[in-house]
Structures are given as C-alpha cells and as structure tokens.
Design a protein around this ligand. Structure first.
Ligand code: PAF
Length: 292
C-alpha cells in the first residue's frame, strides 16, 4: 500500500474521501515497538490505518520537555510504511493552532484531569483531550487505538467520547515492555545506562504489587512502595511522584476493603526524565487472620 502523507488540513481533507473505514493511531512520533503494536491492532480493525504524528504543545507544562521531545519524522514515516499504514497526518503547530485565528476554546478534562497524573501535570489532560478531539474532527476515523501504558489518558478519552457523543470507537492495546520489564516510551531514549537501571524499579514495583493482589489493597501498596523506597536510595535515585491504587474508570483511589478491578499506577523522575507505568490487577478481599 502506498503511504499518503498529509501535512496540512487541506491535504488531509482532499485525501480523506479516497479512504473507507479508518482506524487512527494518534502519536507524538518517535515511534517504537509499542506504537507498532497499536498499528498492527488498527490494521485488524479497519480498511485503512491512519497515524497522526504531532508533538502537541498544549499538553506540556512550562517546565516540561516540549523543546527536547524527540522529533524523528523520517524514521517515523519508515515505520509507518513498514506497518502498512495508508495515511499519515503530520501537521505543524501552526496548522493545528493557527495563531490569531483561535478563540481559545479547549476541552476541559474536569475533575479527573486534576488527580493522579493530572495532579503532577496541571492542564496536561485538557491539552491531550483538546488535541485528540481536533484530530478526530480532522481525520474523521471510525476507530482510534491508544496504549494502556497511558491508562489515565485512555480512561479520559473514553469519557470524553461518551460525554461529548463523539462517534469514534476507542480501542486499546496492552503495554509493550522490554525483556527486563521497562515499559516502552519515547522518553526512554533520554535515559543514561545507570538511569535506565533505576527506571526498572517502576515495573518491578508493579510486579511486586500485582503479586500481592490476593492479599488486598494495603499489601499491594506496601509491596510496591518497598521497591520504590529502595530505588529512592540508589544512585542515580528515583524521585517518586506517586504510587496509587485506583479505580480503572474514575482513577479515584480505592478503599482499603475494595474488591474488584483496579489499576496500580506509578510515576517518578530519574535524572530529568519523567516516567509513568501501570498494571491492571484484580483485588480480592484480605484473607481473614487465622485464629486458634
Ligand atoms: O499518547 C500520546 O502520544 C499523546 O498524548 C496523544 C494521545 C497522541 C495526544 O497528543
């Protein structure tokens, strides 16, 4: 299949009518194996896979890595061609946010945008939802595929689509990991070898936490925290942002006696790299203490 590349809204509009059903994979580029898994999933869902490549300034805070975020369009296009993608939309910032021609209307992520990852990154989810809705309106996909690695983002996009009656089916793919457990992320390329070793504490904490799921929420958090505390004392250290056990749809922390599906979410900084990871798990009640 020939890869069609649209850089402007006009080019995209001209090309869109020649494609039938589209499954969109929205990305910020720097494509890796995790993105490839989304493209493969999309390929099984629709006649055409479209990929958007856009580093969205609206979702970066003032002290975040917008300027140094990797921009690797040539390599990204090769990945898309390799994965049988039919259409790439790679707009400029000016195309997405034309200066002087915007009324400043954005999507508000609401209360859920202010908790967990949203508490550390004020405004981040407003920026994500705004660009995702704009991409949906421009590309007009029937389906969109996101990664479970950004579990809160995925939950919020599902809410937006339901609340605003957006006619796009949201599909998701499990997190892709390196053999040693590190979740794939475009930001991993910032990590020096020693920082990468420290970063492994995030996925290890999730594995230890998940293994404690049959013992209830308190034990899950205790097991995860003990790994993260140790990582805080290593060199280079992990600066823990949060470790939380949350309801998968609301992202509110679950109670100590909660039973049911949950997400164990963790975030921290190693060197100057902010990393997030999570695992889904099922919490069963704490077994009764034995009495004689
Ligand atoms: O997950 C991402 O890469 C971004 O947040 C997204 C969904 C492409 C919006 O910019």
């Amino acid at each position: 299949m020939t890869l069609v590349i649209a850089r402007t809204r006009e080019e995209l509009a001209a090309e869109r009518s020649s494609f039938g059903t589209i499954a969109l994979v929205p990305t910020m580029g720097a494509l890796h194996e995790g993105h490839r898994s989304l493209m493969r999933r999309a390929r099984g869902l629709a006649g055409t896979v479209a990929v958007s490549i856009f580093v969205n300034p609206l979702q970066f805070g003032p002290n975040e890595d917008l300027d140094r975020y990797p921009r690797t369009l040539t390599d990204d296009l090769a990945v898309c061609a390799d994965e049988g993608v039919g259409l790439v939309f790679a707009p400029t910032v000016e195309t997405m946010y034309p200066e002087g021609r915007s009324t400043g209307v954005t999507v508000s992520a609401g209360e859920m945008g202010t908790i967990v990852e949203g508490a550390s990154r004020p405004g981040h989810f407003d920026g994500v939802l705004t660009v995702v809705l704009k991409l949906f309106n421009l590309v007009r996909p029937e389906i969109a595929v996101f990664g479970e690695k950004d579990a809160q983002q995925l939950a919020m996009i599902r809410r937006m689509v339901a609340d605003l009656n957006v006619p796009v089916w949201i599909d998701a793919c499990p997190t892709v990991r390196e053999n040693d457990g590190l979740a794939l992320s475009s930001r991993n390329r910032y990590l020096s070898p020693p920082e990468r070793v420290t970063a492994l504490s995030l996925s290890l904490a999730l594995r230890r936490g998940a293994a404690a799921a049959p013992d209830g929420p308190a034990k899950v958090l205790k097991a995860a925290r003990s790994v993260l505390d140790e990582a805080a004392d290593t060199e280079p250290p992990l600066e823990l942002d949060y470790v939380k056990l949350v309801d998968p749809t609301t992202f509110h922390e679950v109670d100590e006696d909660y039973v049911g599906p949950a997400v164990l979410a963790v975030a921290g900084t190693v060197g100057s790299t902010h990393l997030i990871d999570n695992t889904p798990l099922y919490l069963t009640p704490e077994p009764p203490t034995e009495t004689r």
